[in-house]
Design a protein. Structure first.
Length: 439
């Protein structure tokens, strides 16, 4: 993918002590190819490379102590800028309700987004109303109703025999009458942009005067997504873009070009089919992720919302006191699992992506399953006092967990290493923190 190609290019640059103009040119040539292959718009690539070149070939870079790092930093900043610079938040009306219109082609993910957005708003203590204005696609209304039921949000419908403009109008009134502070309007799409679709959307737009028109585009369609965005914007003046199916998009071209081509910010990205698979779009984090600098912020945020704070504290205490047992080990693994697939997690940690696949360090979900089986086959006493696990016990554990003696040996060795490390660590971190023990 794009990320790994760019990481290669910059890995080479970072390693160099001194850079010549040729080094930079060579690297930029590779960046250009990587971007084009990722289906980034040609003109966007051209402008982007020109900007980087202008900044990177400056004297101060070539003379810098760590020129490779400086170039990476420039690319990182320009990439961030390309995607809009800072995060663009959802509009909020001075006087509620805030009206948000979802528009886009068929299958882009409008109906799904309507529910995802409602769920996000509910978490912030808002009371969204979903309005079903797609009267054309069979079962579109039912789809929204089912989603609304799942997330326990009210859905306003008038069946498929009423004009969508009327439905939109009545929906807004319903929201006002019932104290809903957000009105999320799901509209119909077509396979291609056509006049009839645009006319209807324009009419709904005039009637509702929405605070936000979100264009929903399928990231997997690459440059086509950008073209769609461009023509919708020209006709409707959209206020934001939502890129869906980013979980399936391996190239990432749309994320990089949409803003540059349309001038409209990406506000959210869809990363799955479930109603909670929606993330605010952060240009800086995306840029860092693409450059393989690790997405620590996302990781920390994810960890904070998923890890039990009390458990984490208790774990930390045990580590300090080197009281860590196999039970804790298992517990910690379970917590890690909540964060998502390990591969994805490791990719977010700087430097880790390079370690993946390195023999013993390789961690995959299958291996986690094996580790879990081994620990579950231990008796409580064995979990708490691993030093009693002799060869006879090891054989029993291997048989019980459907693994081999080597598997069990390896795990126990890893565990012992970890404990040893913790002991050293707790010495360092002792009661007074780093360097605190006045020995
Ligand atoms: P609409 O025609 O624009 O209303 O599109 P839908 O909301 O009905 O979505 C079309 C299909 O795309 C459905 O199967 C959704 O589950 C799926 N979908 C929507 N958003 C995402 C996403 O972010 N990731 C993935 N993988 N699938 C999505
Ligand atoms: Mg739909």
């Amino acid at each position: 993918g794009l990320a790994s190609r760019l990481q290669n290019v910059f890995g080479k640059l970072r390693g160099k002590g001194k850079l010549t103009e040729d080094d930079v040119n060579e690297a930029l040539r590779e960046v250009r190819l990587a971007l084009l292959e990722a289906d980034v718009n040609f003109k966007v690539v051209k402008d982007f490379i020109a900007k980087i070149k202008e900044r990177a070939i400056g004297q101060e870079v070539l003379k810098s102590f760590t020129p490779g790092m400086v170039v990476v930093d420039i690319v990182n900043k320009e990439l961030t800028e390309l995607m809009g610079g800072t995060q663009s938040k959802l509009a909020k009306a001075n006087r509620p309700p805030t009206v948000v219109l979802m528009v886009g082609l068929q299958g882009a993910g409008k109906t799904t987004l309507t529910a995802k957005l409602a769920k996000l708003l509910q978490k912030q203590n808002h009371r969204p109303l979903l309005v079903a204005c797609d009267i054309y696609r069979p079962a579109a209304i039912k789809q929204l109703e089912v989603l609304g039921e799942q997330i326990k949000a009210p859905v306003f419908t008038m069946g498929d025999q009423v004009n969508p403009v009327e439905i939109a109008k009545a929906g807004l009134q319903h929201a006002k009458d019932n104290g809903n502070d957000y009105v999320l309007v799901d509209t119909a799409g077509r396979l291609h942009i056509d006049e009839q679709l645009m006319d209807e959307l324009k009419q709904i737009n005039e009637t509702l005067n929405p605070h936000e028109i979100l264009l929903v585009v399928d990231a997997m369609t690459g440059q086509e997504a950008v073209n769609v965005a461009d023509s919708f914007h020209k006709q409707l003046t959209i206020t934001g873009v939502v890129l869906t199916k980013l979980d399936n998009d391996t190239r990432g071209g749309a994320a990089l070009s949409v803003r540059a081509v349309t001038g409209c910010p990406i506000k959210f990205v869809g990363v799955g089919e479930k109603t909670d698979a929606l993330e605010p779009f952060y240009p800086d984090r995306m840029a860092s992720r693409i450059l393989g600098m690790g997405d620590m912020l996302s990781l920390i945020e994810k960890a904070q919302s998923n890890i039990d704070a009390d458990k984490a504290k208790e774990m930390e205490r045990k580590m300090r006191n080197a009281e860590f047992t196999f039970e804790d080990f298992l517990d910690q693994m379970e917590q890690m699992k909540k964060l998502g697939p390990l591969d994805q997690l490791l990719e977010m940690i700087p430097g880790m992506n390079k370690m993946k696949g390195m023999g013993d360090l390789k961690v995959d979900d299958k291996q986690m399953g094996r580790v879990s089986a081994i620990i579950h086959s231990m008796t409580t006493e064995e979990k708490r006092k691993p030093e009693i696990i002799n060869l006879k016990r090891r054989n029993r554990i291997a048989a019980g967990s459907g693994t081999t003696l080597q598997d069990v040996n390896r795990l126990i060795k890893q565990f012992e290493d970890m404990r040893k490390m913790m002991k050293q660590f707790s010495g360092m971190m002792g009661p007074g923190g780093p360097g605190g023990s006045k020995a």
